[in-house]
Design a protein around this ligand. Structure first.
Ligand code: ZN
Length: 257
């Protein structure tokens, strides 16, 4: 015969499991995007525009889910519906090949009115930083220059996108080291070919023999983010100019076919 105490703990356990289940599924049922937000994506986000209808719907759900979990705060600048859509799109694009994946190491994105420096200061900034994944006191935060973000989506032909760049850094950082090898995404057997290809492409950039932004030659982490911006902004051109790199990055970000 089970004792009353045992029965009580069983019912408590059952209740807690139900609560966990309920919470889990409630969190999953994310509100859909409204028509104005969808229009913004259609007009401003080339990646979204290229998707077939059913993938567009999945993209919208991922955008809504991201905005439920991550706060977007303007620092001395207003946050518009367009800003929110572009931050969320930047987050969703590199993870789009991984349905259901989330940024677990991010609470907040700060939008700054201009470029900033290492101390996150805009006034008399000594350096022109347009985006950064926070560390130390700024852990679990990302900082983006709002004008640079708007510019990135307005001009995909420039093959630069500060939002996508920083979110790729965040994915790279998720395994503990920002080293150009996003172990969370990359299948094990591709690590060595990926390293070899990165080093080859970095040499090409240094020899002035590449149309990849020279900033990508800074180190492996910057190469991953810079090549990723190009890969997601201008995939056709990227495939034409860098077919092998395109193929391998397609495998890393699960963007094939
Ligand atoms: Zn970077």
């Amino acid at each position: 015969m089970p004792t009353p105490a045992l029965l009580l703990s069983f019912s408590l356990l059952a209740f807690l499991s139900w609560l966990a289940w309920f919470w889990f599924f409630r969190k999953r049922r994310v509100a859909a995007l409204g028509e104005p937000d969808r229009r913004i994506l259609e007009q401003q986000v080339a990646f979204y525009r290229r998707l077939p209808a059913k993938d567009k719907q999945r993209f919208e759900q991922a955008v809504a889910g991201f905005l439920e979990e991550v706060t977007i705060t303007g620092v001395e600048t207003e946050v518009t519906a367009l800003d929110r859509m572009l931050v969320a799109a930047s987050a969703v694009i590199p993870l789009f090949g991984f349905p259901g994946w989330r940024y677990r190491h991010l609470n907040e994105v700060l939008l700054y009115p201009d470029n900033f420096d290492e101390d996150y200061q805009v006034q008399n900034a000594q350096r022109n930083i347009i985006g950064m994944v926070g560390s130390g006191a700024m852990n679990r935060m990302m900082i983006l220059s709002k004008p640079a973000l708007l510019d990135s989506f307005a001009h995909p032909e420039r093959r630069q996108n500060v939002g996508i760049h920083e979110f790729i850094h965040l994915l790279d950082k998720a395994d503990g080291s920002t080293d150009g090898i996003p172990e969370m995404l990359i299948p094990h057997e591709y690590v060595v070919p990926w390293l070899r290809m990165m080093h080859h492409e970095i040499e090409e950039i240094k020899d002035n023999d590449s149309d990849i932004n020279p900033y990508g030659a800074t180190n492996e982490a910057e190469f991953l983010s810079v090549a990723g911006e190009y890969f997601f902004s201008q995939p056709e051109q990227f495939e034409r100019k860098h077919p092998e790199l395109f193929q391998l990055m397609g495998k890393i970000f699960r963007q094939e076919g």
